[in-house]
Design a protein around this ligand. Structure first.
Ligand code: 6GU
Length: 242
């Protein structure tokens, strides 16, 4: 997968050299480039923002540098990337969207700062490529940079060959619309607290049932919205009793 990121703070992306994302880059699974938006400015002050039309606080990112950046990174004669614009006004990011993005050959992230990017940039880009504004949740960040780190981590671990054990993808939280059951490792007793007996029983049927029950109770307590969205056809009699 190819990924381009445009930002006025390229230094934010240093962590993408580390750990498993760094390894995916070294192995060629991920071809990632970070670009400084100010490289597409032409005035001595390298201006990227201005006051909002209609008034109000803060600054808005001017369209010209963004237009030049998108022209350079999504040239009209090549297959266009999918443009992702992190914004608190976007569609909610989710594991389902992470899977969708992991299947794309080329992602282009446009990191806005201040009160956002002039809307015409997105409207114009949408005539050439798919554009998705995406939000991490119902709170406001300074800009899209940290959101891109989050999205890239969620997407990279879904790329083929990145996780050593791909079956962990199938068992983790959000894989089946439920939160995952609690996990334990050795020692069997720690500070007087025992690992649940069932997990040490070796009875794989009982263990699977226990984990399913824990996942259901946890999801009901913490994420009633997820429980309500579950397909009833996927529930069995024991689930309903839980
Ligand atoms: Cl993706 N960007 C910004 N600036 N704020 C956010 C966000 C994104 N998601 C939640 N808040």
């Amino acid at each position: 997968m190819r990924v381009d990121i445009v930002s006025i703070f390229p230094e934010y992306f240093a962590p993408l050299e580390l750990s498993l994302i760094g390894r995916a880059r070294n192995s060629g699974t991920l071809r990632l480039a970070v670009h400084d938006l100010r490289g597409w400015t032409h005035d001595v002050h390298r201006t990227v923002d201005d006051t909002p039309y209609g008034g109000g606080p803060g600054m808005v990112m001017r369209p010209e540098p963004w237009g030049a950046a998108l022209d350079a990174l999504a040239p009209a004669d090549l297959t266009p990337p999918r443009l992702l614009v992190p914004s608190p006004t976007g569609v909610p990011f989710s594991q389902a969207l992470a899977h969708e993005l992991a299947a794309e050959p080329h992602l282009l992230f446009a990191c806005g700062r201040y009160e956002g990017i002039d809307q015409r940039v997105l409207d114009h880009a949408a005539t050439r490529m798919p554009v998705t504004e995406v939000s991490l949740g119902d709170y406001v960040l300074f800009g899209g940079e940290v959101a891109v780190l989050v999205i890239m981590e969620a997407v990279t671990r879904l790329l083929p060959g990145v996780l050593g054990n791909a079956s962990s993808l199938d068992e983790e939280s959000h894989a089946h619309g439920l939160l995952e059951a609690p996990m334990y490792t050795k020692p069997a007793t720690w500070r007087g607290l025992d690992v649940p007996e069932v997990l040490r029983s070796g009875d794989h049927g009982r263990i699977a049932r226990w984990r399913r029950d824990e996942a259901l109770t946890r999801t009901a307590a913490r994420r009633p919205d997820m429980l309500a969205a579950l397909d009833p056809a996927g529930l069995d009699k024991r689930d309903v009793e839980t």
